[in-house]
Design a protein around this ligand. Structure first.
Ligand code: CP
Ligand code: NVA
Length: 303
């Protein structure tokens, strides 16, 4: 595996499966009260330039359970917010800590941070990617379906960080991936180039994408940083809702995943959300286990 986890494109299919296997083991250990303090005495710096509930709590709790410590640095309150270059922050944190998790806007910031850090950097969400979430999604799907290869993963909505990461992650583990997005909201060109020639479909027809799907995934129509476009986006995405009618064309027993937070009545109906709440909150729990696996593998607990 690479030094860092910056995007799903950085991982091979085998890397992903290795992370998921360790995540399953760590989940078992935690649920059975078995010790797993693989990162005793180690520290993770967590830089947040956007809001978070799950990412913050799962990384901080995960480090504690692994015997280490996590510290929260808000963009605003640290010197980053006063313009200290990311290159300098990288070299300073590398002398105190054993890993850095960052949630920010541009993927370039995360890439620069990693380039100047001698310690592993983990992307906790950028506008381009959300790899930790997709590892948790794949873990949850594999738990319920017993395998990933050959399953059809369908994403409905904005071609955003989640769509970009699901396309790459799904294809790398042998899934068929179908995405329905309106014109003007397509996934990133780098991701579409990766998907070319693989079992991948991009359409503007949600029913075509959802047909015979084993798992349907959606996300908010306006991501963090796009709040001012909310109305315009609500119009563009009308018709891209995950509802009973859409599920009726999917495979019987189709799973529904949502990274959360969810907007009921927008990208998903309250009925579908509640009918699949167990799967969705298992997915949220699995952020903890998947990220613990990433930290153990990158920060030196297990080879
Ligand atoms: N899904 C997710 O990343 O949640 P948070 O924004 O609460 O961290
Ligand atoms: N696409 C969403 C995901 C939130 C976890 C966002 O970037 O805000």
């Amino acid at each position: 595996m690479n030094k860092d986890l910056l995007k799903m494109l950085d991982l091979t299919g085998d890397d992903i499966l290795k992370i998921l296997d360790l995540a399953d083991q760590l989940k078992y250990d935690q649920h059975h009260g078995l010790p797993h303090k693989y990162l005793e005495g180690k520290t993770l710096a967590m830089i947040f330039e956007k809001n978070s509930t799950r990412t913050r709590v799962s990384f901080e709790t995960g480090m504690f359970q692994l015997g280490g410590h996590a510290l929260f640095l808000s963009g605003k309150e640290s010197q980053i917010g006063r313009g200290e270059p990311i290159e300098d922050t990288a070299r300073v944190l590398s002398r105190y800590c054993d890993g850095i998790m960052i949630r920010t806007f541009g993927q370039d910031e995360v890439e620069t941070l990693a380039k100047y850090s001698s310690i592993p950097v983990i992307n906790g969400l950028t506008d381009f990617a959300h790899p930790c979430q997709v590892l948790a999604d794949l873990m949850t799907i594999r738990e319920q379906m017993a395998h990933l290869d050959g399953l059809k993963l369908c994403f409905i909505g904005d071609g955003n960080n989640m769509a970009n990461s699901l396309i790459v992650g799904g294809l790398k583990v042998g899934m068929e991936v179908a995405v329905a997005c309106p014109e003007g909201y397509h996934p990133d060109p780098e991701v579409l180039a990766f998907a070319e020639g693989k079992p991948f479909t991009l359409t503007d027809d949600p029913k075509e994408a959802a047909k015979n799907a084993d798992v349907i995934i959606t996300d908010v129509w306006a991501s963090m940083g796009q709040e001012e476009e909310r109305e315009k986006r609500a119009n563009a995405f009308a018709g891209y809702q995950v509802n009973e009618e859409l599920l009726s064309v999917a495979h019987p027993g189709c799973m529904v995943q949502h990274c959360l937070p969810a907007h009921r009545g927008e990208e998903i109906t309250a009925d579908v959300f509640e009918a699949h709440a167990d799967e969705i909150f298992e997915e949220a729990e699995n952020r903890l286990h998947a990220q613990k696996a990433v930290m153990v593998l990158l920060m030196g607990g297990v080879n």
